[in-house]
Design a protein around this ligand. Structure first.
Ligand code: NDP
Length: 231
């Protein structure tokens, strides 16, 4: 039976790579982005693939999330990948943190994924073995933080980790697995040109990891290659 995946931040970077991967695996893909009219590569793909639909979704706006879920109708959703993310302005050292930007980073990285989960949980509940995956970062790991700084991004991804831990408990009765994944240091606009792996390597690793996960592993933090990451 055809499986259905929802991917946020699907117009570029890792999100676009995930769209291509799951189309190749014969999934029906709901690709969400803030500005569908400017998502040229996604729209070109959609012209070739009837199994790809492009939707408008800004994770900072609950109204936009609600409109998207309404547009899905009574669809069943096997897999949700909360991929959209924002690093925020770089270079805020201790003493220079901009609170307005911190709100924005938090809204996109921590609050948005929870709102997406709240609105899509009923559609995930319709599928056996449904999975909700949120792209976090090693930078949200307390254990991994040996260099300090990056207050906005680190704290937002730590908050996301806490959100997903609670989701894993609250969605257990409907058998939806919830995990956070670190995609690796990836060559995208966010990761920059010096990053260690390509989008394809990251996506392939994450998809293999996602496919192998069982409900017994809900509420955990994994690297793209399947290794566990300490909180
Ligand atoms: P990019 O910066 O390349 O892409 C970010 C994506 O998120 C874009 O599609 C962007 O859309 C979207 N986005 C940003 N804000 C919003 C919003 N308010 N609503 C909807 N979509 C939004 O990042 P990557 O592809 O590298 O990262 C993907 C995920 O992986 C992120 O969560 C990131 O934190 C995480 N990650 C990435 C790492 C890396 O090395 N690249 C390392 C660790 C984690 P738009 O084009 O409209 O801005």
């Amino acid at each position: 039976m055809t499986k259905h995946v929802v991917i946020t931040g699907a117009n570029r970077g890792i999100g676009l790579g995930l769209v291509k991967y799951y189309l190749d695996k014969d999934y029906t893909v709901a690709a969400c982005c803030r500005q569908p009219n400017h998502a040229d590569e996604l729209n070109e793909l959609a012209e070739q693939c009837t199994t790809l639909s492009v939707y408008s979704l800004d994770v900072e706006s609950e109204a936009s999330i609600s409109d998207f879920v309404t547009a899905l109708g009574d669809a069943e959703v096997d897999l949700v990948i909360n991929n959209a993310g924002y690093y925020g302005p770089k270079g805020y050292a201790f003493g220079q943190v901009d609170i307005t930007e911190w709100h924005k980073v938090f809204a996109i990285n921590a609050m948005g994924p929870l709102l997406v989960a709240q609105h899509l949980a009923p559609l995930l509940a319709k599928c056996e073995n449904s999975k909700l995956v949120c792209l976090s970062s090693k930078m949200g790991s307390m254990t991994d933080n040996t260099s300090g700084g990056s207050y906005l991004y680190r704290s937002s991804k730590s908050a996301l980790n806490a959100v997903v831990k609670s989701l894993s408990i609250d969605l257990l009765p409907q058998n939806t697995l919830c995990v956070v994944l670190h995609p690796g240091w990836v060559q995208t606009e966010m990761g920059g040109p010096n990053a260690l792996i390509t989008v394809e390597e990251s996506v392939h690793g994450m998809a293999q990891t996602i496919a192998k996960l069982t409900l017994a592993q809900t509420g955990q933090f994994f690297n793209y290659n399947g290794e566990t990451i300490p909180w």
